[in-house]
Design a protein around this ligand. Structure first.
Ligand SMILES: [Cu+2]
Length: 136
């Protein structure tokens, strides 16, 4: 009997041993320079002064950030007014009815989203005392 040993088996062993070096992955490319929009600084907790006249509600410029805000309402009209706030998480937060020349306040915790503000006295809302406030 003749045993078959020799070159073929040796070649297989060599091939198994010479496994290729692991390919080193190239370093990740530097992050692309994108122009990210910088949001305006949140104004959480700040007073939001609302001016009411006959028959209009004026809000300050800019959007408040989410958080708890105190709305200070100044009635500069000749009629009595109030302010009601409704939106995400706020269910008709309101000031008392404010006499002409008077001031009232209401605290509301706002979330990002849109709120409706109006005056609930008489038909003032229909006469124009309604506005929207965007938060975020
Ligand atoms: Cu009113």
């Amino acid at each position: 009997m003749k045993r078959h040993t020799g070159p073929v088996a040796a070649a297989l062993v060599l091939a198994a041993c010479s496994s290729p070096e692991p390919v080193q992955s190239p370093p990740p490319p530097p992050p692309a320079t994108t122009t990210t929009e910088v949001p305006s600084a949140p104004r959480t907790g700040q007073e939001i002064v609302v001016t009411e006249t006959d028959y209009r509600i004026s809000l300050p410029d800019g959007n408040p950030g989410p958080g708890t805000h105190v709305f200070t309402v100044r009635n500069q009209g000749g009629d009595s007014h109030d302010l009601v706030i409704r939106g995400p998480g706020v269910d008709d937060a309101r000031t008392p009815v404010i006499e002409p020349g008077g001031q009232g306040s209401v605290t509301a915790t706002l979330q990002a989203g849109e709120y409706t503000l109006w005056c609930s006295v008489g038909n003032h809302r229909e006469r124009g005392m309604e506005t929207t406030l965007t938060v975020g």
